[in-house]
Design a protein around this ligand. Structure first.
Ligand SMILES: [Zn+2]
Length: 150
């Protein structure tokens, strides 16, 4: 299982990797020492913009990300890391936890009325309790992902 740990400069990339379903941690602030320790402990590939860190560390699973724009960064990860098959939209974008479907009635009052009226399927993050629905971020993001990847 390919898992990632993004450095402080790659918060946006981290969200996009999560959106594609990859287990991705983004911790900010984080020191270089802590970054490496956590990667080793959890068996994660470090993605970093810091050339100096990439050169000096003995941890081998570290990938230097050279592009500035997250769209290019996403492509760069695809080129530099052999990515396994993933399940897009399976993780909470805020905290990386696997989301679960939730009975529609349970979100009544927790989401805007027009959202409740419009959408059938709802999901929740068991950790941060954020609610997602099909439509909103899923459709927009799919469109955007296609734009980026194609
Ligand atoms: Zn969450």
């Amino acid at each position: 299982m390919t898992r990632f740990l993004c450095d402080e400069q790659l918060g946006r990339l981290a969200k996009w990797l999560r959106l594609q379903g990859f287990d991705t941690i983004f911790q900010c602030p984080i020191s270089d020492t802590e970054l490496i320790r956590r990667a080793q402990l959890e068996g994660r590939i470090i993605l970093t913009r810091d050339k100096h860190l990439a050169d000096k560390t003995l941890w081998e699973a570290i990938v230097l990300i050279e592009n500035k724009s997250y769209k290019e960064q996403l492509k760069e990860v695809g080129r530099k890391v052999r990515l396994p098959k993933s399940t897009p939209f399976s993780r909470c974008l805020e905290c990386n936890t696997l989301i679960q479907s939730i009975v529609r009635e349970e979100v009544r009052g927790l989401v805007p009325e027009e959202v409740y009226a419009t959408y059938e399927k709802f999901y929740t993050c068991p950790v941060c309790k954020k609610i997602f629905w099909q439509g909103s971020h899923v459709q927009n993001s799919k469109k955007r992902l296609r734009m980026i990847i194609r």
